[in-house]
Ligand binder design. Structure first.
Ligand SMILES: *[C@@H]1O[C@H](CO)[C@@H](O)[C@H](O)[C@H]1NC(C)=O
Ligand SMILES: *[C@@H]1O[C@H](CO)[C@@H](O)[C@H](O)[C@H]1NC(C)=O
Ligand SMILES: *[C@@H]1O[C@H](CO)[C@@H](O)[C@H](O)[C@H]1NC(C)=O
Ligand SMILES: *[C@@H]1O[C@H](CO)[C@@H](O)[C@H](O)[C@H]1NC(C)=O
Ligand SMILES: *[C@@H]1O[C@H](CO)[C@@H](O)[C@H](O)[C@H]1NC(C)=O
Ligand SMILES: *[C@@H]1O[C@H](CO)[C@@H](O)[C@H](O)[C@H]1NC(C)=O
Ligand SMILES: *[C@@H]1O[C@H](CO)[C@@H](O)[C@H](O)[C@H]1NC(C)=O
Ligand SMILES: *[C@@H]1O[C@H](CO)[C@@H](O)[C@H](O)[C@H]1NC(C)=O
Ligand SMILES: *[C@@H]1O[C@H](CO)[C@@H](O)[C@H](O)[C@H]1NC(C)=O
Length: 641
């Protein structure tokens, strides 16, 4: 459960109704109401707020959390939110919601939101018996069962908040009769079935949020009739079909989330100018949308963030994108968009993130984008840009600190100009290019560098000593180059003052030959992923290896390592993957390896190990291939000794 959100909602609820909490009648309330409240109290085994314990006698209009109508003795409001704003305190009730709550037939507001442990089902007859209900808050509990069909008989209901429970079944089509409904929050439940067509009847609905459920089927075209809608969140369901064309009629909408479904078809809306002018967030990523990006997208001048990533969009980027002057984030990655980046993008002075990776965008990069003075992250990886050289003018963008140009056809040396960018580089990904020559020693002066990925190039130097001053480095990936010499620099990087440290090192598939003896002896011991495979590393594994006690994945395969497997391997209790195949390891397999209970992948094949494989989990559960090619090994899973 989203606790913080829960608290905010509860807080707003109290602000909105806090004034009405005072009792207005000291008389005994109507006997039906009294019976209903006592029935509710009896269903609760534990109330950490202590409010129910004070419900004694028969003057229920005086009870905490109860409001009666002025002139009569009828209870009109129950306010027992889990979050008590007065004390900034989160409370819990454990127990079942009693159907006797439906005896309170004058109820206008029922607020039992965020009590965490309230279980049971929503009373079947709620709609028939509580006809005056305007606000029903049962969110943030442990409710099960369906939304009762009778809910549709509440002509005055304005807010229905049932989110963050375990409610199942489908959305009853009777909900479409709730003419006064402004807010319908059903998110984070287990609701299945289709979105009822009748929802289109809710012409006063402002907010519809059903994300994180198991809804399937199409989005009904009638959704376009909900003219008052400002926020629509259908994400994280199993919806399919195309996005209804009628969406272009929702001119009030400012939030539209439909991602993580299986929607398909073209983006149909926005066909006329001036539609949806106040749309602020458009999230349609991770669907199966195809066709072009409609040029009319440029009319949505309030857009701040657009994500159309991971669809099947194609064609050129419309130059009307340049009209979206409020844009801060633009995600188009993982489509088949082609053509050049429109020059008009240079007008987006608020833009901070531009991610167009994995498309078919062609070069050259228009220099007109150089006025993007707020741009921090630029990812153009894996496009047929054929840049041949790194566009040096990019280093003059005053905020650019995360540069991702993998697979862009960049040739030559790592450009020296990168040492004098206007903004300190934090991420540099130039992997899968045609870079040659050395890793320059100025790399050590990039004092804020967090990620360095130069993998899959043809770099042929040593690792410069200066890398040891990269105290913010967290990820170092130099795999598949022609690097030589010692690996120790990577392990001896200064510890950052911010407590940051290197967690990912991939130096595999190079020609490194020395430094294995120093693993774990340097300053970097918080490594989680270490791959040194496919090198020319010689020597023996040191016992300081046992200091890498955060490591999950260790690959030293395809080297020339000798001598016994060190006992300290048993200290690496978080290991999930251990690959030591194709070396010259000898001696027995240490019994201590039986302590590596998290191990899922093991390869010790093609060494000169001998003796009995220690018996027990996880070692005997691996297939024979994990041990094959060691002439002296025997015992389960190999043949008996
Ligand atoms: C109830 O009483 C309060 C205070 O006297 C008053 O402001 C409010 O309008 C009354 N409500 C109704 C429904 O009569
Ligand atoms: C919710 O109900 C289930 C049983 O349906 C129970 O096991 C679980 O402890 C309850 N959770 C809370 C937070 O009360
Ligand atoms: C609500 O919608 C349904 C299906 O779209 C329609 O048949 C019905 O007449 C509408 N009901 C009301 C009360 O408008
Ligand atoms: C959308 O609006 C247009 C004109 O305003 C109207 O002709 C069309 O029927 C509407 N579509 C829906 C689904 O409401
Ligand atoms: C760009 O988007 C892709 C795909 O969504 C993602 O994998 C990648 O990490 C993003 N790049 C950056 C720099 O955030
Ligand atoms: C480095 O780049 C390669 C190729 O683009 C990629 O496969 C790899 O995951 C990247 N490494 C890290 C740690 O992100
Ligand atoms: C890397 O080592 C291999 C095998 O010893 C050798 O053939 C190759 O020439 C070396 N490459 C470089 C760039 O040193
Ligand atoms: C280590 O690197 C090699 C070569 O780059 C690769 O084949 C292997 O899958 C990597 N191992 C792990 C555990 O990622
Ligand atoms: C390995 O663990 C043992 C006890 O669990 C401890 O005494 C020893 O110092 C550890 N070795 C290393 C190298 O961390």
């Amino acid at each position: 459960m989203d606790y913080q959100l829960l608290q905010i909602v509860a807080f707003l609820t109290v602000i909105a109704f806090g004034g009405g909490l005072k009792r207005t009648s000291a008389e005994a309330c109507s006997s039906n109401d009294l019976e209903g409240l006592i029935g509710f109290k009896n269903g609760i085994q534990m109330d950490t707020s202590g409010r129910l314990a004070k419900w004694v006698g028969s003057s229920c209009c005086e009870w905490e959390g109860i409001v009666c109508e002025n002139a009569t003795t009828r209870v009109t409001q129950i306010h027992l939110p889990g979050f008590i704003e007065k004390d900034l305190f989160q409370t819990q009730m454990i127990g079942k919601i009693s159907p006797s709550i439906t005896l309170l037939t004058s109820l206008v507001i029922l607020d039992l939101g965020g009590l965490v442990g309230l279980s049971g089902t929503i009373p079947q007859t709620i709609g028939v018996q509580l006809p005056n209900l305007q606000k029903l808050y049962l969110f943030g509990n442990n409710l099960t069962g369906p939304i009762p069909e009778s809910i549709g008989e509440l002509p005055n209901l304005q807010e229905l908040a049932l989110h963050e429970n375990k409610i199942s079944g489908s959305i009853p089509s009777s909900i479409g009769s709730l003419k006064s409904l402004k807010s319908l929050l059903l998110y984070s439940n287990k609701i299945s079935g289709t979105i009822p067509i009748s929802l289109g009847n809710l012409t006063n609905l402002v907010e519809l949020d059903v994300h994180d459920n198991a809804l399937n089927g199409n989005i009904p075209n009638r959704i376009g009739q909900m003219k008052a809608l400002e926020k629509l969140d259908l994400s994280s369901n199993s919806l399919s079909g195309s996005i209804p064309t009628s969406l272009s009629n929702l001119s009030a909408i400012s939030v539209l989330y439909m991602d993580t479904n299986s929607l398909e078809g073209t983006i149909p809306f926005l066909s006329r100018s001036g539609e949806m002018p106040s749309l602020g967030f458009l999230r349609l990523h991770d669907n199966h949308l195809n066709g072009n990006i409609p040029p009319s997208l440029g009319y949505l001048v309030s857009l701040q963030r657009v994500s159309l990533a991971n669809n099947k969009l194609e064609g050129a980027l419309p130059s009307s994108l340049g009209n979206l002057l409020s844009l801060t984030e633009l995600y188009f990655s993982g489509n088949s968009l082609s053509g050049q980046i429109p020059k008009s993008i240079g007008q987006l002075s608020q833009l901070m993130m531009l991610n167009m990776s994995n498309n078919l965008i062609e070069g050259p990069l228009p220099q007109e984008i150089s006025p993007l003075h707020n741009l921090q992250t630029l990812d153009l990886s894996f496009n047929p840009l054929d840049l041949s050289s790194f566009p040096e003018w990019l280093t003059n963008l005053p905020s650019l600190s995360r540069i991702h140009f993998a697979g862009c056809g960049i040739q030559g040396q790592i450009p020296d100009i990168l040492q004098t960018t206007l903004s300190p580089i934090q991420e540099l990904d130039l992997s899968v290019n045609l870079l040659t020559g050395t890793i320059p020693s100025w790399i050590g002066s990039l004092s804020q560098l967090y990620l360095l990925n130069l993998s899959r190039n043809s770099l042929d130097s040593h690792i410069p000593d200066s890398v040891t001053s990269l105290s913010d480095l967290g990820v170092l990936d130099l795999h598949s180059n022609k690097l030589t010499g010692s690996i120790t620099g990577a392990f001896d990087i200064e510890q950052g003052t911010s407590g940051g440290s290197l967690t990912y090192i991939d130096l595999s598939d190079n020609n490194f030959s020395i430094g294995v003896e120093e693993i774990g002896a340097g300053r970097q011991v918080h490594i989680q992923f270490l791959n040194l495979s496919h090198n020319l590393l010689k020597g023996t594994l040191p016992s300081s290896l046992g200091k890498l006690n955060s490591i999950h994945s260790l690959d030293l395969s395809f080297n020339e390592l000798v001598s016994n497997l060190p006992e300290v391997l048993a200290n690496l209790t978080l290991l999930e993957r251990l690959k030591l195949q194709r070396n010259h390891f000898s001696g027995n397999i240490p019994k201590g390896l039986l302590k590596l209970t998290k191990l899922k992948e093991l390869d010790l094949s093609d060494n000169v190990l001998q003796g009995k494989i220690p018996e027990g989990k996880p070692l005997t559960d691996f297939p024979g291939s994990s041990y094959s090619g060691n002439k002296g090994l025997c015992g389960k899973p190999l043949s008996p000794c």
